[in-house]
Unconditional design. Structure first.
Lengths: 292, 800
């Protein structure tokens, strides 16, 4: 499937900002066999004095911008054309949980895709006994790692309400879990905490959803903004599989990914240090249109 | 006495007679046969010769030195953080030349090994792939900093300065208890240990061929500056700031080695280069000796919540424009569980066993090791696998298995079984003892050595001695200074006379002058504020003294003159009804705080004088009553303030730093004098106001001499505002301000005055031509406001 993606992030500062430095991660990357970036362009308003890009540890494209002049607002615009493969998922070849643990123990590598990076607490997803217990009971009947991850994905969709007012970008999974409310980022974090609690390596994926559903299908939740979902390591054969707990589905041709990390902190759209004392207001708009 | 009872003559020095060894614990002074080890006999004989009284006096001299030098460290008890005097254990620890040779060789080998390990972890990761290092210890480690993976240090090396904690085990050999690679502290304290100890024992010291420390520092400093030369040669110490427990040491080393003392906000990354904000603009810095934990260094790519970092620092490292000592990410080497794998890695990589054994460690993430730990739980220290502190310093999380109750032990077993990755078992740390001098007697206390290694162009060098930690009781775990332990100097004995070394350039060496104009903006800002607050204190104290003297005389606060004066004090947040007003205490506190930020910029004497001022003021606050009592208190404070000003102004090199301090002082004095004069010469000012004003302006005598009339508004204004020769007049301050502002960086460029320079000239000229009669209270208030604007112009030019 070929998509045109348009993203606009707008920051309106309450007080004039006298310069700043940001790290931006919104440009999608090519992942062999999953998606291919045909074209991608990132621009800023006002124009930064300096701009440079690098590939981070997990393979994501990061752009550093520096502003030296005073400004009252910032707009980040991305336009990209991305070819997403419609993967035919093989049958559930994933191991049982004890088999998975053995496979991990045999995995003598710390390359970026190694499951070892995705098992411990990470900055935004501390392991949480309550969420671990919830995950254990939600997956009690699952015979394989894949079915366990899938069961947890469905359970979260069933038990949690989509409510953009309930949380903000800083909310920790323990709070989300207590509220049983949140948005895609929150559900992804809870699911990651749950999977890691079971000993299943899990990471965070940031990306976009197609805006208009195929005929006869409902519009997906979160399609009008940036989206987030989860990847879980389902053993050597199946590898990393992506689950979308917000929409109770395995991520597929409707999901265009920007990149991934251990949690939101590794792939947040913008990290910034501003020279200001005021707060700001954020607006974002996303359009994902199918080209063919 | 005891020996005599048995009819034997005293064998050896009598000071050793009462020294009772702990059973089964090796001692540094007495060998297994009960004889004094070499060197100790000489030291103890010398102690005997001095006798108890002289010895106590000598040790007091060492303490006095440390107090005068302002050596302190910080402790935290619960929520409060306090400065403490440095706890010197006065008896040095003696180490033989042979022991030291073994230690040095072992630590050089270890430093090389650690360099190879960390280069591999942030590079090709062959150790993990070959099964020599479990991936969990890297991937689950919070000190594994992913943004640094693949970043080769520009110097070619990750490690430049390390410390090692050593203890002597029951078999008599030295063991490595822990590696400090993140940001090792204490080298500066080692120097102070040495200076203080030799103050007490100078004759003995020079008699015993003790190896010197200065050569180690000289070698390291020269390497730092040689590496930095190509980019302008600026080298700094990156400190978390004055609340850090070892901030004293950062300031001390900065002074001692001639490095800039920098905080994260002093630095800015531009075009991949690290620049320091100085009063002469941005200047590139090419090496940073980091005393800040790595994760705080860059809020963009490391800890997002760090408020002490520099955005873009990791980017600069990626560009290879700065050398970081040590590289970011090297803290991972301190991970406790790593020790379990070093012996095997050494054999594989170096083809050799570790020359110095290390504390035996079993990581419970492996089934065999886990079983071993569970089988020997009682005799092992069980702790967190990823901890980076030393096992015997970690009261909270690391305990001997046998210290657990039966139920707790069962729970521990279950946790180790379920989550072995996070646990490590280590053999129990046993330390040797060495003598400390307590209440006129020597007592054995557990000791550990802290040894420093530095990389120079000739490879690793080891600092010969300097720092041992001494327990507060017989228990080895009480060695941490946060819990009452002490520090002792370590003397490495040489068989031949030692060469005298100092950091001053030797004959035949080229004299290198540091480039001027490198005063960091933050330091300049703090210097201005220190000058301003100190002057504000003085102005307030003078007014309070005049007020209270009159109150004592008349004992009627309702008198118009006193009410008028109290109303003025209220405009500067000072309540005249208090004998030692809170507003004045706040100004003193602000002065101390500004000074605390720039400890490396002025003498320890100045710092002590300021602290003494604050202590005195706080003591006064508890008991001083308005009136006569307060008058006397203010006189004391005034004297102490003068002492502080004198120490600072008479001893500071007339460089940019002094200039900013001077600016602050002059600005504040000009503002205060203009405002006070305006208030006291108002039409409604009661009788006696002008006399009081002259007293506040310290100009009663001059007035009497210069004017043959009774004091009136006109003559007071002439003397306190317009007189070019009165060092308290506003005009005098402006003359000084004009001169100093012109000498600041960029003060005059192409013959043009800076903005601040022009403003100062304008104010100065106005005052030169105005007549006293035209100097109305309104105009004086406007003058004070204009001087405030001048202050902002200086700030805008140099601190933004």
């Amino acid at each position: 499937m070929l998509y045109d993606v348009r993203l606009s992030l707008n920051y309106d500062y309450k007080a004039t900002v006298h310069g700043g430095r940001h790290l931006v991660r919104v440009s999608p990357i090519s992942v062999p066999g999953v998606q291919r970036v045909v074209a991608s362009s990132l621009s800023f308003e006002p124009r930064p004095q300096r701009e440079s890009s690098f590939t981070d540890f997990f393979g994501n494209l990061a752009t550093t911008v520096t502003f030296l002049d005073p400004h009252d607002s910032l707009e980040i615009r991305l336009t990209a054309r991305v070819q997403v493969e419609d993967i035919v998922r093989p049958a559930d070849l994933s191991p049982t949980l004890p088999e998975l643990h053995q496979a991990i123990a045999r995995y003598w590598s710390v390359e970026p895709n190694s499951p070892h990076h995705f098992l411990a607490s990470s900055p935004r997803v501390p392991l949480d006994p309550a969420i671990s217990r919830y995950a254990a009971s939600a997956t009690a009947d699952a015979a394989s790692v894949f079915s366990a991850a899938n069961a947890l994905c469905l359970a979260i969709h069933r038990d949690f309400a989509y409510d953009p007012k309930a949380t903000d970008v800083q909310t920790l999974p323990s709070t989300v879990f207590a509220l049983r409310k949140g948005v895609c980022q929150d559900f992804a974090h809870v699911m990651i905490a749950g999977l890691r609690g079971l000993g299943i390596p899990a990471g965070y994926v940031s990306g976009f959803l197609r805006t208009n559903p195929p005929p006869g299908k409902p519009r997906l939740e979160g399609a009008d903004a940036m989206h987030a979902w989860v990847r879980a390591w389902c053993g050597q054969h199946l590898g990393w599989v992506e689950f979308d707990p917000t929409n109770a589905m395995v991520a597929g041709a409707d999901h265009i990914s920007i990149g991934h990390g251990r949690d939101y902190s590794d792939i947040s759209p913008i990290v910034g240090v501003l020279k200001t004392h005021g707060s700001h207001e954020t607006k974002q708009s996303v359009d994902v249109l199918r080209v063919e | 006495m005891r020996n005599q009872k048995r009819g034997k003559p005293p064998a050896g020095p009598s000071i050793v007679a009462g020294y009772r060894l702990l059973p089964g614990v090796p001692d540094e002074m007495i060998d297994a046969q009960g004889a004094l080890r070499p060197g100790w006999a000489k030291l103890m004989a010398a102690f005997d010769t001095l006798g108890p009284t002289e010895l106590a006096a000598r040790f007091e001299r060492a303490d006095q030195y440390l107090r005068d030098a302002g050596v302190f460290y910080r402790t935290y008890d619960g929520t409060e953080s306090k400065e403490r005097d440095w706890p010197l254990a006065h008896v040095p620890l003696l180490i033989s030349e042979a022991d030291w040779a073994r230690i040095s060789a072992g630590l050089i080998q270890r430093a090389e090994l650690l360099e190879t390990v960390v280069a591999d972890i942030y590079g090709d990761n062959t150790l993990v792939q070959q099964g020599l290092l479990p991936p969990e210890l890297v991937a689950r480690n919070s000190e594994f900093l992913r943004p640094l993976v693949g970043v080769r240090p520009t110097s070619g090396h990750f490690l430049h300065f390390c410390a090692f904690e050593l203890g002597r085990g029951p078999d008599g050999s030295w063991w490595v208890l822990g590696d400090r690679t993140q940001a090792p502290s204490g080298a500066g304290f080692a120097l102070e240990n040495r200076v203080a100890t030799t103050r007490a024992l100078s004759d003995i010291y020079s008699d015993m061929n003790v190896q010197r420390l200065a050569g180690f520092f000289r070698g390291f400093r020269d390497t730092l500056f040689d590496d930095a030369k190509r980019d302008g040669g600026r080298v700094g110490i990156l400190t978390p700031g004055q609340l850090n427990e070892t901030y004293f040491e950062h300031a001390y080393i900065a002074r001692y080695l001639g490095l800039m003392l920098l905080e994260g906000e002093d630095l800015v990354v531009e075009d991949g280069k690290v620049m320091v904000r100085t009063v002469s603009g941005l200047k590139q810095i090419s090496a940073l000796w980091r005393r800040m934990d790595a994760s705080f260094v860059d809020p963009l790519e490391l800890r997002y919540d760090s408020r002490i970092g520099t955005p873009g620092m990791v980017d600069a490292l990626r560009h290879g424009s700065i050398s970081m000592i040590n590289a970011l990410g090297t803290g991972l080497l301190e991970t406790r569980a790593l020790a379990a794998f070093l012996p095997r890695i050494a054999r594989k990589l170096l083809g050799d066993d570790l020359l110095l054994p290390e504390i035996a460690t079993w990581w419970c993430g492996q089934p065999g090791e886990q079983r071993h730990v569970l089988d020997h739980l009682d005799s092992m220290m069980i702790g967190p696998a990823f901890a980076t502190n030393l096992p015997f310093e970690d009261q909270q999380n690391t305990r001997l298995g046998s210290d657990y109750s039966a139920t707790d032990k069962q729970a521990l077993r279950e946790r180790i079984l379920a989550d072995g990755v996070n646990f490590v078992g280590q053999e129990r740390v046993q330390l040797s003892t060495a003598p400390v001098y307590v209440d006129g007697q020597l007592q054995p206390r557990p000791i550990s050595l802290r040894v420093y290694a530095a990389r120079t162009s000739d490879g690793w060098t080891i600092m010969p001695g300097g720092f041992a930690r001494v327990g507060s009781g017989a228990d080895a775990s009480a060695i941490a200074m946060q819990r009452g332990g002490q520090a002792a100097d370590v003397w490495v004995m040489s068989s031949s006379p030692v060469e005298r070394i100092s950091l001053l350039p030797q004959d035949g060496q080229k004299l290198v002058r540091n480039s001027p104009g490198s005063l960091p903006s933050r330091a300049a800002d703090n210097l201005i504020w220190l000058g301003r607050y100190a002057e504000r204190c003085e102005a307030t104290v003078r007014i309070l003294r005049a007020y209270n003297a009159r109150l004592a005389e008349l004992s009627r606060p309702q008198m118009p003159l006193l009410l008028h004066c109290a109303a003025f004090l209220e405009t500067i947040d000072v309540d005249a009804a208090e004998g030692m007003p809170t507003g004045l205490l706040a100004a003193i506190d602000s002065a101390v705080r500004s000074a605390g930020q720039i400890r490396d910029r002025f003498s320890p004497d100045g710092w002590l004088a300021l602290n003494d001022l604050q202590k005195t003021a706080l003591r006064f606050a508890k008991r001083v009553q308005p009136g006569d009592d307060s008058t006397r208190a203010m006189t004391v404070l005034l004297r102490k303030l003068a002492g502080f000003s004198g120490l600072v102004h008479e001893n500071m090199y007339r460089f940019a730093g002094w200039r900013f301090l001077e600016l602050g002082r002059r600005l504040e004095r000009a503002v205060q004098m203009a405002r006070t004069t305006a208030w006291m010469t108002r039409p409604e000012a009661p009788d006696g106001s002008v006399e009081m004003l002259l007293e506040i302006g310290d100009s009663v005598m001059t007035h009497r001499r210069r004017y043959s009339v009774a004091a009136g508004s006109q003559s007071a204004i002439d003397l306190l505002v317009l007189d070019p020769l009165n060092p308290r007049s506003v005009l005098f301050q402006l003359t000084e301000l004009r001169a100093q502002i012109a000498k600041l960086p960029g003060g005059i460029e192409d013959g043009q005055l800076s903005q601040a320079g022009k403003a100062a000239l304008r104010l100065h000229t106005d005052l030169r031509i105005v007549e006293p009669a035209d100097m109305t209270p309104e105009r004086l208030d406007r003058l004070a406001a204009d001087i405030g604007i001048l202050s902002s112009l200086v700030a805008a030019a140099y601190f933004v």
